[in-house]
Design a protein around this ligand. Sequence first.
Ligand code: OXD
Ligand code: MN
Length: 590
Amino acid sequence: MLTTNKNVLKWVQEMVDLCKPEKVVWIDGSEEQLNELRKKAVDSKELIELNQQKLKGCYLHRTKQNDVARVEDKTFICTKNKKDAGPTNNWCDPEEMYEKLRKLFDGVMKNRTMYIIPYSMGPIGSHMSKVGIEITDSIYVVLNMNIMTRMGKDAFLNLKEDSNDFVRGLHSKADIDPDNRYIVHFPEDNTIWSINSAYGGNVLLGKKCFALRIASYQGKNEGWMAEHMLILGIEDPQGDVKYIAAAFPSACGKTNLAMLIPPEIYKKEGYKVWTVGDDIAWIKIGEDGRFYAINPENGFFGVAPGTNEKSNFNALESTKKDTIFTNVAHDLKDNTVWWEGLNENPPENAVDWKGNPWNGKESSEKGAHPNSRFTAPARNCPSISKEFNNKNGVPLSAIIFGGRRAKTTPLVYESFSWQHGVFIGATMASETTAAATGKVGVIRRDPMAMLPFCGYNMGDYFKHWIEMGEKSKEKAPKIFNVNWFRTDENGKFIWPGYGDNMRVLMWILKRCNGEVDAEKTSIGFVPKTKDLNLNGLNLNEETLKEILSIDKSLWEKEAEEIEEFFKKFEGTLPEELKQELNNLKERLKS
Ligand code: OXD
Ligand code: MN
């Protein structure tokens, strides 16, 4: 036992009584204990130890083939009143759900060891951090939680004596039975129960379950925000750093933007980009009214395929030590790993993610699962910010929303106000790509990129956003929207993307500093072409004009679709957003 907190001990005892493990182990976070667990997992073949010269401290794990991704249809928000979960979440009455899950958890850890993992989301000692305890029967979970959170006995330093303010997470692999797989949140009880999965997003309960779903609910009640956002800092040649947070739906390049490498023109001048976070931001209003953000995580749970030296050098570097790879290909030649998009040279003598012999030169099958992952410590990242552990967070100058839109949305635009910015976030959308669905241009609305992660009624969530702006007394960050994905008549991306996205971030910061004016359009402020630095780019002003242009007929259609989308939130949609929609329609008319 690592604590005398009565609430913790009482809850742990209840879970022991329910799951009936053979043995209970408290995870103190010591290297000694972790090494023992690594050895045990290697002995049982749960982990494969990789080449310790080339990939020091790295391991490979394979999940079952039926257990490779988050399961949104099995993810529930259980609140007493259905209305509090809202129209975008699966709901079940908490008593009914507890009853059903208790049956599944009853005796589930017989002949197994129960691990009790205390962890902190956010730096130890920070007023912005929160404590969680995850109980699990999986060593893989323990070792991943060690990378993704501040895990071990120090987490209790953040929990005041007999405080009840900790998130209770219970996980069991059980039989990895997809028919009885449940990822369930009880926000009113600070509780998460997850069963029959061993895939990261479903079982590393500190991440999506706590740091987004439960935390968003806590944030609403306590006056802060938990968001699906990266955080980065841009340092100018004088050493002044400005911070930006950005929310994009999946597959829109959040990790890449967070770890951006500046183009030559900026590097030469002495600009640098620093990574604070790549997935989640917790945001509080400081005494000065500004928004301060921490990354509650301690590592990156990144998608492996497509990660290479060119697309994301910093992410790749992060995976070279102390990393756990899940569902990538195993190169037997030198006991390393490989995935599609790592390089043009797939291994011939390998094992694929399913565990079958695989020759990458000949096989038409993929070596790595498309959602294969690396869990890498943030400290490995060459661009990790010096403020990564800052207990007060970093002050945000701008918030960016974005998605993948072939035509409608310009490269970048700025909202007229905080309220208008909330409208832009609430109506955020991305078009599916041909690769993903076979049908191009299907619009999926994903407000603030939080659709699968908002732990309460999304209409109330929009209201909370509006209120946060009011509380900040004009000191809230400015809100922008970006779209790296405009295409030409041949369907090719016009904007080069990757490092060159810094050019857009620089315009955003200039707007925040009041250094440049902008064109007022019906949808927001758009850059004057002269204010975007195209030096060293093979892109002329005419083309830039094109990707900054706004097609009114497309936007009239967009407004109609937004009106339709808003109907979903009838009863809780804030008046302010209805008003913003009307304002947009009026501006489009004039
Ligand atoms: C993630 C996700 O894994 O958003 O970060 O799905
Ligand atoms: Mn994410």
